[in-house]
Design a protein around this ligand. Structure first.
Ligand code: GUN
Ligand code: ZN
Length: 444
């Protein structure tokens, strides 16, 4: 049994909880028992309860530092960590110039293993304890990531990226191998510890109809597994999809007609969705991963989060880093960028003015919203008894090494202000400790 004392801040998952609702306990305690949270409450009450009991818990006093839930990254490419910040024209040019060559290097198992180790270490450094990740077309890239994640206790969902056209020959599979290799990996890994498999067609332009159908068949056999792909990210991409799939009603329909649009289908970006597409996604509780640093870096556009939810209240939304299109693994940086996007949309809005995202909402989409988008909110996303013991200790003082953040934080007069400053100014330096599935990482 371990007690973490500090400033506890978490979304709460009550049925009537809104993205803006926070549980805020300035001197709070989170008690973990192995991999599970057993108690969350005011420190004095919780500590008194345990000192009276026979068990003598280990106490970690984090002082005034924040204790928040482990962050959830709903969309990230681990093979792209080495080519982050490579400037391309826009999406399709960037894929050809940097992304495909970087992914081709994963034919080498040793490279896949080394990258998986580095990537999973970095997830933890940045406070990410749950992530939906793209591997490469090579099945051993999935084995490498799952192995590294399992060693570290992370909750990782990944799959082999399937592509059978419009990419270099060395990165192509076929409808048959996409199905058979995905099925074999799923059988090997799905449900092992905190690992889950995701069916992963890269995006419509790199899959033939036959390949999408083959993956749709697999999805049908495994109705609960996650599906991940990209959707409506870039205007040029959308035009190309229209040419490649002339019979589809729109981009969403390309996936829908083969059975890939359902609950736990997580679509990266969704920047330019029509009302019809949003309606359809919302009606089945599908998810969009909002990837603001990537959308800005690649000039893809501004995802209209509030308007999308207004059109499709059933839609599930979480944040994604989309590294290497995204420019940071830090959920704080992603949230800060999401704020700026929402600010731009709010300021340019005519008619119904929409407020930009609040700090509480930004924390929600980085944690519980993301967990709901991935369908893992029964386990993670908030600090609540019964959930996995994934905790991030955030430091906004001088000891973080971020003097500008510390200077600003000293002036903050509310939890919301402090969270906001952390998201606009913070990065991995603000992550003091991370508890992954009950196990605290080594102090930095
Ligand atoms: N669309 C298809 N593949 C990719 C990718 O690797 N990154 C991004 N941002 N968009 C994509
Ligand atoms: Zn992506």
């Amino acid at each position: 049994m371990e007690i973490h004392l500090g400033h506890v801040v978490t979304p709460s998952s009550g049925t009537d909880a809104t993205p803006g609702a926070l549980l805020d306990i300035p001197r709070g305690a989170v008690v973990t028992d192995g991999p599970v949270i057993v108690t969350v409450g005011p420190a004095d009450e919780v500590v008194a309860g345990y000192t009276r009991s026979a068990a003598s818990p280990v106490v970690h006093d984090h002082g005034g530092k924040l204790i928040v839930p482990g962050f959830v990254d709903c969309h990230v490419h681990y093979p792209q960590i080495g080519m982050i910040a490579s400037p391309g024209e826009q999406l399709l040019d960037w894929l050809d110039r940097y992304t495909f060559p970087a992914e081709a290097r994963f034919a080498d198992l040793a490279h896949a293993r080394a990258t998986a180790s580095f990537f999973t270490d970095q997830l933890i450094c940045h406070g990410v304890t749950t992530a939906l990740v793209y591997s490469t077309v090579h099945p051993h890239s999935v084995d490498a990531l799952f192995t590294a994640a399992r060693e570290r206790g992370l909750r990782i969902i990944t799959g082999k990226t399937c592509m059978d056209r419009n990419a270099p020959a060395e990165l192509l599979d076929t409808p048959e191998t996409a199905q058979s290799q995905s099925a074999a990996l799923l059988e090997r890994w799905h449900g092992v510890d905190r690992l889950e498999y995701a069916l992963t067609p890269r995006f419509a332009p790199t899959s033939s109809d036959a390949q999408l159908e083959a993956l749709g068949e697999l999805a049908d056999s495994y109705p609960d597994v996650v599906v991940q792909t990209h959707l409506s990210e870039n205007v040029g991409e959308i035009g190309w999809v229209g040419e490649l799939f002339p019979d589809a009603v729109d981009y969403t329909d390309v996936y829908d007609r083969v059975g890939l649009v359902r609950e736990r289908s997580v679509f990266g970006h969704g920047v330019h969705l029509t009302d019809r597409e949003l309606d359809r996604l919302g009606s089945v509780h599908a998810s969009v991963a909002h990837c603001p640093t990537s959308n800005n870096f690649l000039g893809s556009g501004l995802f209209p989060l509030a308007a999308s939810l207004h059109t499709a209240p059933g839609l599930r939304i979480g944040f994604g880093s989309d590294v290497g299109g995204g420019t940071s693994l830090s959920p704080l940086a992603t949230a800060g960028e999401a704020y700026k996007v929402s600010r731009l949309i709010a300021s340019s809005g005519d008619g119904d003015a929409v407020a930009p995202l609040s700090a509480a909402e930004l924390l929600y989409y980085s944690t519980l919203g993301g967990a709901r988008a991935l369908g893992v909110d029964a386990h993670v996303g908030s600090l609540e008894p019964g959930k996995d013991a994934d905790l991030v200790i955030l430091d906004a003082t001088e000891s973080s090494g971020n003097a500008v953040l510390a200077n600003r934080a000293a002036e903050c007069t509310s939890t919301e202000e402090l969270l906001f400053a952390l998201m606009l100014l913070g990065d991995d330096r603000a992550v003091d400790r991370v508890v992954v599935n009950g196990v605290p990482d080594a102090p930095r």
